[in-house]
Design a binder for this molecule. Structure first.
Ligand SMILES: CC(C)(COP(=O)(O)OP(=O)(O)OC[C@H]1O[C@@H](n2cnc3c(N)ncnc32)[C@H](O)[C@@H]1OP(=O)(O)O)[C@@H](O)C(=O)NCCC(=O)NCCS
Length: 155
């Protein structure tokens, strides 16, 4: 059974292990550390006592941003990200957020499908936003900015 709880900096090595296993250009330890506490919030998923996934969010006034969401490769495809994302949205609703935002690589069709099914819509394209190893991309890749307006009752 998967359980969920917020974690603090003491879990940072486990978060980084998932981060580096999941992303082509993972956050550094320093960035991860800067996203603990303060205006940042998180939720981690546990299979028994093992941390298997997490999200990190940021509050900026009425806007909450999903900064990162990852599920360890061996646990992907089991609905864990869907549950994490649902709880990110519910947390925003409980905290009276007006808008939810996130950025995603245009090539990350799996994540985009996850976000669209949860009700996020494409709002803008940020050209050459991410570094890319794809030679066809000239070293960069576009970001899709997606959002959900909670205050309009779209969720
Ligand atoms: C994107 C990611 C978080 C999804 O995690 P997950 O736990 O595997 O996702 P879920 O099992 O909850 O599936 C959610 C949706 O993802 C998509 N999905 C899941 N497994 C998939 C697969 N094998 N192939 C294609 N799409 C898949 C589906 O749309 C699925 O929705 P559905 O079950 O209604 O069809 C995970 O693949 C990951 O950590 N990727 C690397 C990090 C990353 O890209 N994060 C997003 C940064 S913006």
């Amino acid at each position: 059974m998967i359980t969920f709880k917020e974690v603090d900096e003491s879990a940072i090595e486990q978060l980084m292990a998932i981060e580096t296993a999941c992303h082509s250009h993972p956050w550094t330890l320093k960035i991860m550390s800067s996203c603990m506490g303060g205006r940042y919030f998180n939720l981690a998923a546990f299979n028994k006592n093992t941390l298997v996934g997490f999200y990190i969010g940021e509050k900026a006034g009425p806007d909450f941003t999903l900064m990162d969401i990852c599920v360890t490769p061996s646990e992907q495809g089991k609905g864990i990200a869907k549950q994490l994302l649902r709880q990110f949205i519910e947390y925003g609703e409980q905290q009276n957020a007006e808008n939810l935002f996130l950025e995603v690589r245009e090539s990350n069709t799996r994540a985009i499908a996850l976000y669209e099914r949860a009700g996020f819509i494409e709002m803008s394209v940020r050209k050459n936003y991410y570094p890319s190893d794809n030679p066809a991309k000239n070293g960069f890749e576009d970001a899709i900015l997606m959002g959900m307006a909670l205050s309009l009752g779209f969720s």
